[in-house]
Write a protein that binds this ligand. Structure first.
Ligand SMILES: Nc1ncnc2c1ncn2[C@@H]1O[C@H](COP(=O)(O)OP(=O)(O)O)[C@@H](O)[C@H]1O
Ligand SMILES: [Mg+2]
Length: 481
């Protein structure tokens, strides 16, 4: 029999593990904050850039509208600046074309050739150009009457402050993102902690052995986590209601089961006396009358056989009822070798057509067991190997000790337990096609293996079935003494 394995306890994922709600909330919040701060910083930087450039252009306009002064060296195509310090600030380029002569006022680093190139690229509106050897310049060409003037101011008036603005914005943005990440993480972890506790409670409940016992579910979500004011609290509250409901249902089931068991026990008990009477009177009739008519003798035989069968059934039911209520087993160190030997020799006597073999260890195996109960267990398994297999089947019974357990197994090479009942064969009244058993001369109640299971479990042991056509092994283990 394959016992369904418990689902592997899912390890709780780390709070910020992949796929967790916490991680998603934190990442999304941080991403949103990052988007907003980066957007704001960009907008601010752009606005400041615009203001700075406008300021520079205003200075350029002012420089362009100042009256010309011819302090520079006038040449046909240009000259070097030799005038006084320029009032418009350091780095001013100023070139006046007066009567066909360029008057140049050039700052250090700006060559005549570089200045001459500017005339072709500068326009009436301020534009940004690269001046060879002096970097970026904002330049502008104005013409009034017969004079033309080119002015230029270093663009560092814009790029210098902008560099500071960008560095500042980058620092602020990263800081904001970092702070929002840390804060979001804290808040999310704190808000979802009750959910983690709820999951732990659910795991505890799922590990409770609810199939047996009175259906008491002793676990509840703590009142603090079942406060309907919050969403998570509502889940906790609903969870507690669900557990109440489950407990109610289990208790009701346990109650009705107890009633049914009590009824079966009472009924079996009450049936014992009339059954004993029937068998007694049948025996009396057979003894008293020398010559019974053939059909009466047959009927009498049937009465005896059926009442015998019913007695066995009633005995089994009573035994099960007793094992259910308070197992009254006399558990003490018991030599299992003797039990197995006796049971196999009984089976051999009952069915010489089967071949019975024994596999016993050299040393005695002493287990903590009730001798009478274990004898019944082995006898039931051997009776099954006898009644559910055809004549000539080999049945091997073996006893061994293994890791603190005494293990007894009964293996036959018969047709095997039908696969449709393998999962429930240890439950009460589970049996295969009854006609097959009748043919073999046995009686089938479907209680034999239920008794095996109940007695073995009352010993704190386990039962198992491994069956396929041609090889069926029933085995059970009880603790060694
Ligand atoms: N050794 C076996 N080989 C084949 N089938 C078996 C064997 N032992 C038990 N079974 C199947 O398991 C069913 C339940 O067995 P059991 O609980 O002892 O009830 P019963 O023997 O009264 O039918 C049987 O009816 C039979 O179909
Ligand atoms: Mg049986």
């Amino acid at each position: 029999m394959t016992v369904p394995a418990l689902p592997a306890a899912a390890g709780a994922p780390s709070p910020m593990g992949k796929g967790t709600l916490s991680r998603q909330l934190v990442l999304r919040t941080t991403a949103l904050v990052a988007l907003v701060t980066v957007g704001l910083s960009l907008f601010t930087a752009l606005a400041i850039f615009q203001i700075l450039q406008n300021q520079l252009d205003e200075q350029l306009q002012a420089a362009a509208s100042r009256p010309p002064w011819r302090t520079g060296t006038g040449t046909g195509s240009g000259g070097t600046g030799g005038g006084p310090a320029d009032p418009s600030g350091a780095g001013l380029i100023r070139m006046d074309l007066i009567n066909g002569t360029w008057w140049l006022n050039l700052p250090d680093g700006v060559t005549k050739d570089a200045a001459a190139d500017l005339v072709s690229v500068a326009g009436a509106r301020p534009s940004t150009v690269t001046v060879e050897g002096a970097g970026l310049y904002r330049v502008m060409l104005t013409a009034s009457g017969d004079s033309t003037r080119l002015v230029g101011l270093p663009y560092s008036g814009v790029t210098g402050p902008m560099t500071n603005v960008v560095v500042m914005a980058a620092l602020l943005t990263s800081g904001a993102i970092l702070i929002s990440f840390v804060a979001a993480r804290r808040v999310v972890e704190q808000s979802l902690r009750p959910l983690t506790r709820l999951a732990a409670t659910a795991t505890q409940v799922s590990n409770l052995p609810l199939e047996s016992g009175e259906g008491h579910v002793p676990i509840r979500v703590a009142p603090g986590d079942a406060n309907p004011a919050s969403e998570v609290g509502r889940v906790g509250l609903a969870f507690n209601h669900m557990l109440d409901n489950v407990e109610h249902a289990l208790a009701a089931r346990h109650h009705s089961e107890t009633k049914v068991r009590q009824f079966v026990a009472d009924a079996s008990h009450e049936l014992r006396n009339p059954l004993a009477s029937i068998r007694g009177y049948a025996e009396l009739t057979r003894r008293g009358s020398e010559e019974l008519p053939e059909d009466a003798a047959h009927a009498l035989g049937r009465i005896e056989a059926e009442s015998e069968r019913m007695s066995v059934l009633v005995q089994d039911l009573l035994l099960l009822a007793r094992l259910d209520s308070e197992p009254t087993l006399d558990i003490r160190p018991t030599d299992l070798t003797e039990i197995v030997l006796n049971a196999v020799s009984d089976a051999r006597a009952a069915s010489p057509e089967h071949s019975w073999t024994l596999d016993l260890p050299e040393e005695p195996v002493t287990a903590l067991a009730d001798a009478h109960g274990l004898h019944q267990v082995v006898a039931n398994l051997l009776a099954n190997a006898r009644t559910h297999t055809p004549a000539g089947t080999r049945v091997q019974t073996s006893l061994r000790s293994e890791d603190g357990w005494a293990v007894i197994s009964v293996t036959d090479n018969g047709p095997g337990v039908p696969s449709e009942i393998q999962g429930s064969v240890f439950e009460r009244f589970t049996r295969a096609d009854v006609s097959r058993v009748r043919k073999a001369g046995g009686s089938s109640t479907g209680l034999g293996l239920a008794i095996v299971s109940a007695v073995v479990h009352a010993h704190g042991g386990q039962v198992a079935l491994d069956s396929e056509p041609g090889r069926t092994t029933f085995s059970f283990r009880v603790p060694l003494a």
